[in-house]
Design a protein around this ligand. Structure first.
Ligand code: MTE
Ligand code: MO
Length: 394
């Protein structure tokens, strides 16, 4: 593979793998702003970054179960109504390193920052499909089992040198409410090469793996895509399944992500020096500001974030917000329904302790307590309670 034309990247990123390039920002960057800056947004790749240099000739081929094949040029896509959707993208492998500590898993290690929140600008896939004669969904039961497959320009080893690909149900793609985009902008700027220039798919509420970058073609197919990342990866197995007894076709490809929350204002093992924060000491307590992100998939909002400063014996509720000054209500109208919430709580800590966060989504799903209970051989979907250890002393 040729890695001689990789773009330059921000020096703050922590590199988990160099070729293909996989990197995440320090966790503190995630809570510095509701919208993650492009240069600090995690980068998750399976091959070299493609170089598209002639935008006039770039087009997306649409094939499969349609009356006749179509070619969509970049200017055709730009001509459709443009939507800006604020959506959180999370890799299914986020927090994999922590899952690997209890029992080894296979995959690129990630700390807690394989996630970011961006404003994606582009055309709705439902509009594009309507343009080529695939009607918009009017009833959610009318799915018919068909899928829409996204094939990329990039080449990867897992596909034996073929392109990265994935699919989603056609019913989701044709539903305007699902906000599936063919995006050409990220945070108001043209997509950069790392994030899919010139065009990528954004599937809100679904694991990042289905948001195919560097889109080359679209196929309407009778059933889900048979590619590696749909069939031999990104599936959730029980803790009893290991490499010796795995049977891939017994499980479905993972789509929606489950409820997640992470403390970003403190490292996993954080020392706080009382001497240096003397002015913040009240009756020998130390004031600590706890903040982080919480998000759920499938358009579920965040109902609550519970924080414990005594290792889970007692809990108190953190405040949640998306835009500062506007109260967060997960009603799908006054909030960004596909985006994370940031949470915040200031506490007085009497001694060295364990601080924990767990979130509850709008369907009352709660994060599992222990990582062992959700261990799986590929190390995906680690949504166990996030714990950080605060040590007071020098
Ligand atoms: N699309 C292509 N073409 N190639 C890839 O390697 N990685 C996927 C997805 N789309 C990938 C891809 C995975 S696993 C994730 S988590 C997201 O892109 C990451 O998107 P980002 O790099 O823009 O953060
Ligand atoms: Mo991913």
């Amino acid at each position: 593979s040729d890695y001689s034309q990789e773009p330059s990247r921000h020096p703050c990123l922590h590199i988990n793998a160099k070729e293909p390039f996989n990197a995440e920002p320090p966790r503190s960057a995630l809570v510095s702003s509701y919208v993650t800056p492009v240069e600090l947004f995690f980068k998750r790749n399976h091959g070299p970054i493609p170089l598209v240099d002639d935008i006039e000739r770039y087009c997306v081929d649409i094939n499969g179960l349609i009356e006749s094949p179509k070619k969509l040029y970049f200017r055709d896509i730009r001509m459709l109504p443009k939507y800006n959707v604020t959506a959180t993208l999370q890799c299914a492998g986020n927090r994999r390193t922590a899952m690997s500590i209890t029992r080894k898993v296979k995959g690129v290690g990630w700390n807690v920052s394989a996630i970011g929140n961006a404003v994606w600008g582009g055309a709705k896939l439902a509009d594009i499909l309507e343009l080529i004669g695939v009607p918009k969904l009017t009833s959610s039961t009318q799915s018919g089992g068909k899928h829409i497959e996204f094939v990329s320009i990039d080449k990867c080893e897992e596909e034996n040198g073929g392109p990265y690909k994935a699919s989603i149900p056609l019913s989701q793609a044709t539903n305007p409410e699902a906000d599936v985009l063919l995006a050409y902008e990220m945070n108001g700027e043209p997509l950069n090469r790392d994030h899919g220039y010139p065009l990528r798919v954004i599937v809100p509420g679904v694991i990042g793996a289905r948001s195919v970058k560097w889109l080359d073609s679209i196929n309407i197919i009778a059933e889900e895509c048979q590619g590696f990342f749909m069939q031999k990866d990104y599936k959730m197995f029980p803790p009893s399944v290991d490499w010796g007894n795995i049977s891939w076709n017994t499980r479905k490809p993972q789509m929606d992500f489950p409820v997640q929350s992470v403390i970003c204002s403190l490292e996993d093992a954080q020392s706080i020096k009382p001497g240096k924060v003397r002015s913040l000491c009240i009756h020998s307590f130390i004031k600590v500001r706890i903040s982080g992100y919480a998000v759920s998939g499938g358009c579920r909002g965040i109902e609550r974030v519970d924080v414990s400063i005594d290792g889970g014996k007692t809990w108190r509720e953190a405040t949640r917000f998306q835009k500062t000054g506007i109260p967060y209500i997960a009603d799908g109208i006054s909030n960004d329904k596909w985006a994370w919430v940031l949470f915040e709580l200031t506490v007085d800590i009497p001694q060295s302790t364990e601080i924990i966060a767990k979130a509850v989504d709008s369907a009352a799903n709660v994060q599992p307590e222990k990582v062992q209970d959700i261990w799986n051989l590929r190390g995906i979907l680690n949504t166990s309670w996030h714990r950080v250890h605060v040590r007071i002393g020098h």
